[in-house]
Design a protein around this ligand. Sequence first.
Ligand code: NDP
Length: 403
Amino acid sequence: MANVLCVLYDDPVDGYPPAYPRDEIPTIERYHDGQPTPTPEGIGFRPGELLGCVSGELGLREFLEAGGHRLTVTSDKDGPDSAFERELPEADVVISQPFWPAYLTAERIAKAPSLKLAITAGIGSDHVDLQAAIERQITVAEVTYSNSISVSEHVVMMILALVRNYIPSYQVVVDGGWNIADCVERSYDLEGMQVGTVGAGRIGSAVLRRLKPFEVGLHYTDQHRLPESAEAELGLTFHPDASSLVEVCDVVTINAPLHPGTEGMFDDALLDQMKRGAYLVNTARGKICDRDAIARALESGRLAGYAGDVWFPQPAPRDHPWRSMPHHGMTPHVSGTSLSAQARYAAGTREILECFLDGRPIREEYLIVDAGALAGSGAHSYSAGDSTGGSDEAARFTEGRAG
Ligand code: NDP
């Protein structure tokens, strides 16, 4: 019998939805590189349902209880009195989503003697102290590729929203106005601009593919260079580092994981190298950017806009400067948790659990840490160490419990 502890975000304020705007979602069988989408033996939900909130339970309850396992689901994740900390000592498996991360720090791992598997229902396992997981031989797995396309669509949307000044123009309409000059005094065409991504993995390269028809110059930097054929097909310019990329780009998007090699990468020094009036879109992780340096760059005009959906900590405190800085297009962490994405990562979570419970190997591409070392996708894209520091701050939002 396994104890599975699952941390999910709260239900909608008006309760779990009785109906949805659409009756179905498209079936995707393979991703762009040919990798099959999740292949569990079964699923306990209808694709298109809200699965990532507490009542959605990732569709796991029937499956787990039929196998004699125990499933505990909570959204109460921060601070020493949280349900998460209370349940942790008994947990064999922890499941958490990056949108509402259960920060699995070294201290918490020390309080979980039975913990063998930490699953990220989604992509990005920086909320787990990977170093501590390595040392404790805990397997860390995520549902690689499950929401990469979801995020790439969001990135394209945010780039257009910032460059075209969409959000303030929408607000003019909502406010009953017709102030055209106010709308367009910060509005440009994307056509002809230079757009670069820091990280050209699944999301970054999908952003590049989606932007090609916009007739922009495309740039990237990455730890590993893409094949020549991919560079030629998209007309990409490779940069050896972020610094040489930002100097020439009008729009920069960050699509690298958070690990000790990327934490704090966009600081005052790197922002100062960007073109005046550049746009920055970060759907990767909040901590890749220096929080206060971003706010300063918007206030000084170094950046014309900043958008993204990732913060540190999450949930962001009410007084987080990214809520109130000028010319931002921030949302809560939503880009990778569309209903379409949820269907894939819930199925992938089930696939990982089936493998773990049957003693079968977990797909190599889902592994971040295994057998005391970085493994699979983790060995390719992460560096060992810890990026969870400071996560106690998240409790501040819950204490205020508003918004
Ligand atoms: P991938 O692993 O496919 O791509 C990440 C890329 O970043 C890899 O090519 C990797 O290099 C590269 N990279 C790592 N470190 C650096 C560095 N120091 N400089 C430049 N490039 C670097 O992951 P995805 O594209 O699927 O996802 C990327 C990140 O996006 C996730 O880790 C997660 O943090 C975030 N994400 C956000 C979501 C959201 O809802 N907002 C949802 C899903 C993901 P290489 O592998 O070549 O070494």
